[in-house]
Design a protein around this ligand. Structure first.
Ligand code: FAD
Length: 555
């Protein structure tokens, strides 16, 4: 379907006005749109199709303290334990308690999760002290987005623009009439069919998800190139905890297959990890064995791979009855079967991959950023709910809770704003593409740069880090940045691949610099040169902004 912005702007009148602009169509953006549309006109833009997001691929489920033997206090305790001293306890309390009505409402809206009698069927996942994960087989994300998308589609006040790629936030940084110290955000510039347009909004919500694609091995889909983190940083947002990237222990490692995620729930249901010699090894590393926190399992797998010189380990679920596997893990079963592997009888080759970003755009529990009129929620935001490491299945919960809060708060802000849009200068790159669409040479160049970023991050800024390696990567990233300098301000650059490359570089630099700054090991950040975990003097956050590169701040 033709994008309505392109359709309504045949003569180069390239702007679109809305009350509340939402960028991203994962659980956070969709839930925000539903809340915002109660009192405002909403435009939701998304990079490709409405269904393409990390959320859509989520498997295991949503953690929620609804089981009979569970309590809010226990869920908070497990979350803060996983966060290794860096969780914002107020934000965790809010997520866990408001999560209950948010999940109940999702069920009310028709989410067809698995049931057992009168209660959802709760499953177990690593580092949870109770069975508290509600799910739909191993396709919880698909079920969640289907329900939210259907509601968004049925809401008249929400206009959806697919294939609309947000580039930069519009702020009053260059406006001559600016009087305040605090910058205000007025929307974004975006690429729509090879032209750059302004989408002006009274309030803007960034819900652009994660950044797994900056690594070569990741569970994330192609859209996850960290665009929202980079745009926010360029606009002057405060970014915190950027060193904390979570690596999921088990992504499929099979010739010709993508790094498809093999859910934690497989280990939750008794799946065992074996090295190439057929030895079970997790007991050596943690008392909880296969159900140890993700960083511990990922590191243990990496060590076993190094010790045996083999590029993967194996996950064994063959002891479970075939019917159980088919019912509980239909997506994993089907996908692996497609690549010639039958998980009822075969061991699953797995290794760790980049999965989730704990850090991001600093927000308070009302999802406000340090830019007026700009809100952030979901994986791109950092309220501090995950601390140094995310507890399994807390992310979808976060999206539902903070997505709804973002929608409500952004709408209240939008309603307090004057009717007429302010006079913000139009960026010089706005307009149709004069040059021919990006050719093969540009594509080859950007692909080579993307791969160089991925390789150096994997080598030095992944599961295990050390000062020397981080310095090496920092220098490499700085060289790559120098090569791409001025691309963003070049009015001829209107292709998604080039801007994604710049975004990946911005984000890779933030992660590397933050990881260098934190000279300790904590949660998902492991420094081999500072292996003792959780140095009390480091119970602080690393803050990074465009104009004030690095600061260590209290919790
Ligand atoms: C394979 C997999 C399994 C997972 N399993 C679970 C699980 O079981 N439980 C759990 O709690 N968590 C799970 N997670 C994590 C969880 O799914 C994500 O953290 C969460 O869904 C993020 O939601 P979000 O709305 O913030 O972002 P996303 O769902 O990633 O959505 C981001 C949206 O922003 C859009 N976007 C990005 N850049 C731009 C741009 N420049 N312009 C316009 N649009 C843009 C994307 O296209 C997308 O629509 C899993 C993640 C993966 C990858």
């Amino acid at each position: 379907m033709e994008n309505p912005i392109a359709a309504m702007n045949p003569e180069g009148h390239l702007s679109w006005d809305t009350d509340v602009l939402i960028i991203g169509s994962g659980a956070a953006g969709l839930r925000a749109a539903l809340a915002a549309s109660e009192h405002a006109d909403v435009t939701l833009i998304t990079k490709t199709t409405l269904t393409e997001s990390n959320t859509h691929y989520a498997q295991g489920g949503i953690a929620v303290a609804m089981n009979l033997d569970d309590t809010i206090a226990l869920h908070i305790k497990d979350t803060t334990a996983a966060g290794a001293g860096l969780c914002d306890v107020k934000a965790v309390e809010m997520m866990v308690s408001e999560g209950i009505p948010r999940v109940a409402e999702l069920l009310d809206w028709g989410a067809n999760f698995d049931w057992e009698g009168t209660l959802p069927r709760f499953t177990q996942e690593a580092a949870h002290s109770r069975r508290r994960i509600v799910h739909k087989g191993d396709a919880t994300g698909r079920e969640t987005t289907d329900v939210l998308i259907q509601r968004v589609r049925n809401t008249e006040r929400i206009q959806v623009l697919q294939n609309t790629f947000a580039i930069d936030l519009l702020t009053d940084a260059d406006a001559s009439e600016r009087h305040e110290d605090i910058l205000t955000c007025y929307g974004v510039t975006a690429i729509v069919e090879e032209q750059i347009v302004c989408i002006r909004a009274k309030a803007t919500i960034l819900a652009t998800g994660g950044l797994g694609r900056i690594y070569p091995c990741t569970s994330n889909p192609k859209v996850a190139t960290g665009d929202g983190f980079a745009a926010a940083w360029r606009a002057g947002c405060e970014m915190i905890d950027m060193e904390f990237v979570q690596f999921h222990p088990t992504t499929l490692f099979l010739d010709g297959a993508p790094n498809f995620l093999i859910s934690e729930a497989v280990r939750g249901e008794g799946g065992k990890l074996l090295n190439i010699r057929g030895e079970r090894f997790m007991e050596k590393y943690h008392e909880k064995g296969e159900l140890a926190p993700r960083d511990v399992v990922s590191r243990a797998i990496q060590i076993e791979m190094d010790l045996t010189g083999f590029p993967c380990v194996y996950l064994d679920i063959t002891h479970k009855p075939k019917d159980f596997i088919l019912e509980r893990f239909p997506t994993i079963s089907d996908t692996t079967k497609h690549y010639g592997l039958d998980i009822n009888i075969d061991l699953i080759p797995v290794r760790p991959g980049a999965h989730f970003m704990m850090g991001g755009i600093r927000t308070n529990t009302d999802t406000q950023t340090n830019l007026k009129g700009l809100y952030a929620c979901g994986e791109v935001a950092c309220t501090g709910v995950h601390g140094a490491n995310r507890l399994a299945s807390n992310s979808l919960l976060e999206c539902l809770v903070y997505g709804a809060r973002a929608g409500t708060n952004a709408t209240a802000f939008a309603r307090s704003q004057p009717e007429d849009p302010p006079n913000i200068p139009v960026p010089s790159n706005v307009g149709p593409s004069l040059a021919p669409p990006a050719g093969e040479a540009v594509e080859t160049h950007t692909e080579a740069t993307k791969n160089a970023i991925r390789e150096t991050l994997w080598e030095n800024v992944s599961i295990e880090r050390n000062g020397e390696g981080l310095q090496e990567t920092l220098a490499e990233l700085q060289d790559l940045t120098a090569n791409l300098e001025n691309l963003l301000t070049n009015p001829e650059v209107k292709d998604v691949a080039t801007i994604e490359t710049v975004n990946m570089l911005n984000v890779a630099l933030m992660i590397t610099q933050s990881a260098l700054t934190r000279t300790e090991s904590r949660g998902a950040h492991y420094r081999a040169d500072f292996p003792t975990p959780n140095d009390p003097t480091w119970q602080r956050r690393v803050l990074i902004t465009r104009d004030n590169p690095l600061e260590v701040v209290p919790l």
